[in-house]
Design a binder for this molecule. Structure first.
Ligand code: FES
Length: 576
């Protein structure tokens, strides 16, 4: 990269603070109103610290403190830090799903950056959708930025059993429903499964996305693996503050260094981690904001060519804390070696190869060598067929091997409420061979593609010992979930995708090796059903729901809003 060094007059914030006119008088006098003197800001880059802290986001509880640590780094390096709150998207609390609000946060980040006197950004996120949302917005604005990941929480514990976020919730819920654990046991799990601040510590969407973003070069090397309560995390926050000041002077905008290779590195790392299927949607959306095309077919190619090395739940045995002690993401990327494009640039100002140089795996059972992987290929497969003309995905690394090739009769649920009402009905016509089908759970139908894709196993089958079944939907699935769940079926049923035409009793065939999903119904019969299909009336007449219905794209296109896609220039605001 060519080395740029801006002068103070070339800083974007100079237009607010440095000129001699009436408006800048207002900006300076109001900055003084906050107690700052000219020495605090004059001639310095203004760093916006976008903080998604909230009293209702347990994953970001440390962000009040971390923001101060980022500021310390900014001051140290001669910048002027301003902390600005941004929408928190607490995965567990927002209904129907945080995904409905990902694009809203993306828009908020972009517009905060555009409308304020900021030269560069530190983005503080980590809980699932906060990561892609903040990066999508910041890519569209294209100011220099560093993403500061929240870090995973510590391992859970119940009576000496290690507990993993999400995965063990589902597992013990099934055991409770099957009658193999008591209410008291269940209470113990509730008390022990989340015992520190930080993001889910399985390889869920949070750790998948923060790792992918580090692999893309948008976080400091090694930052995504540090557990949230570790003092190394605090020092990393301060380092983000120092580094962003240098990036502001160097005008190191993301689009000046992100390439196709950056995104493909992120995909490969997500696959080597056995990462969340959600990453596919988010990476497609992020790449498009950078003007880079990333197809589902390419995901599948990269998945087939990337060994699964991280032995982390739900695909493996360990948790993120173990991953950190085993060397963390730098060590995993060093192990992947030239499977990654090591020439891709990072926010550290060095290529990825230099960023991971010298990193060592200290526990080869947690981070496996390429010669002894958890699985020889990545954890996610992209499927096609007459049931998913625009694609579907399955995390086969977390699915029962005997179901990778399976044909069975459909048991169709019209929507989530229908599923909820009937799934445990003793009279439900279902067996272990059945294929559970949920529709109206997609980007529009959900809305927001809620994480309903791991449909519960019917209680009567649980009692009979069944723990996995083939399940299909246009929903997403939590990265901490597991099972033979085909997700993201596109087009979704609410817009007339073939999923809308399935009837109970139809045979459905999954073949992971062939990457196919087939509804065994003739084309003529499907045409008859399509002719009789009626599109549901719009569900919302105003607000976010309405905006989403009008603007959201399908899963294979990243579920961005059409008005936010693309790289067309947006004018800078008039200031004078
Ligand atoms: Fe925040 Fe899982 S709930 S990362």
């Amino acid at each position: 990269m060519t080395q740029t060094r801006l002068t103070p007059e070339q800083l974007r914030s100079h237009r607010w603070f440095g000129v001699a006119d009436l408006r800048s008088f207002g900006h300076r006098s109001r900055t003084k109103q906050m107690g700052y003197a000219e020495a605090d800001w004059k001639g310095k880059p203004v760093i916006g610290i976008l903080n998604t802290w909230s009293d209702i986001n347990p994953c970001h509880q440390h962000f009040r403190v971390r923001a101060e640590e980022v500021k310390r780094g900014v001051w140290q390096a001669g910048g002027f830090p301003l902390e600005i709150p941004a929408l928190a998207l607490p995965e567990n609390f927002m209904k129907p799903t945080t995904m409905l609000y990902r694009n809203l946060l993306a828009m908020e980040v972009e517009e905060i950056a555009r409308s304020m006197p900021l030269d560069a950004l530190v983005l503080m996120g980590g809980c699932d959708k906060t990561t892609p949302a903040m990066i999508m917005g910041a890519l569209s604005m294209n100011l220099p930025f560093v993403f500061m990941p929240a870090g995973p929480m510590l391992r859970g514990n119940w009576n000496g059993h290690t507990l993993g976020s999400g995965s063990d919730t589902w597992k013990f819920w099934d055991e409770l429903r099957a009658g193999t654990i008591t209410e008291e046991d269940w209470q113990g799990v509730e008390n022990g499964i989340a015992r520190s601040w930080g993001t889910c510590m399985t390889m869920g969407t949070a750790s998948t996305m923060t790792s992918a973003v580090e692999a893309m070069g948008l976080s400091l090397p090694g930052s995504s693996s540090i557990p949230a309560p570790d003092s190394n995390h605090a020092r990393m926050a301060t380092a983000c503050g120092r580094r962003i000041v240098e990036m502001a002077w160097a005008d190191m905008t993301p689009k000046s260094f992100l390439t196709v290779a950056s995104f493909e590195n992120a995909v490969r790392v997500a696959m080597a981690l056995g990462g969340s299927t959600n990453a596919i949607i988010h990476l497609v959306a992020m790449a498009r904001r950078a003007g880079i095309a990333l197809s589902l077919a390419r995901f599948d190619e990269l998945s087939r060519a990337t060994p699964l090395l991280a032995n982390i739940r739900p695909s493996g045995a360990y948790l993120m804390e173990d991953f950190y002690y085993a060397g963390g993401l730098r060590a995993l990327m060093a192990e992947l070696g030239d499977r990654l494009d090591l020439s891709a640039m990072t926010v550290a100002g060095v290529p990825l190869g230099e960023a991971v140089a010298g990193a060592k795996v200290t526990n080869a059972d947690v981070i496996r060598p390429v010669g002894n992987p958890v699985k020889p290929e990545g954890g996610v497969a992209v499927l096609h067929g007459n049931l998913c003309p625009d694609g579907a995905v399955i995390k086969h690394s977390a699915a029962a091997p005997q179901l990778h090739r399976h044909t069975g009769p459909a048991v169709v649920f019209e929507d989530y409420n229908d599923m909820h009402a009937r799934i445990d009905d003793e009279d439900l016509n279902v067996s272990a061979d059945s294929v559970l089908v949920l529709r109206n759970a997609g980007p529009i139908g959900g809305p927001g593609m809620p994480e309903w894709g791991m449909l519960p196993i019917p209680k009567k089958l649980l009692r009979a010992g069944v723990r996995d079944m083939l399940r299909l939907s246009d929903a997403r699935m939590s990265g901490t979930s597991y099972g033979t769940c085909v997700l993201h079926i596109a087009p979704e049923s609410a817009v007339g995708g073939p999923l809308a035409l399935v009837r109970s009793g139809d045979l459905i065939t999954l073949d992971v090796a062939a990457r196919s999903l087939t509804l065994e119904v003739s084309d003529d019969e499907l045409a008859r059903r399509r002719a009789a299909w009626v599109r549901p009336a719009p569900r919302y007449v105003r607000g976010m729901g309405r905006l989403n219905e009008q603007e959201v794209t399908q899963a294979n296109d990243g579920c961005d809003w059409r008005i936010l896609e693309g790289t067309a220039p947006t004018p800078e605001p008039e200031i004078h």
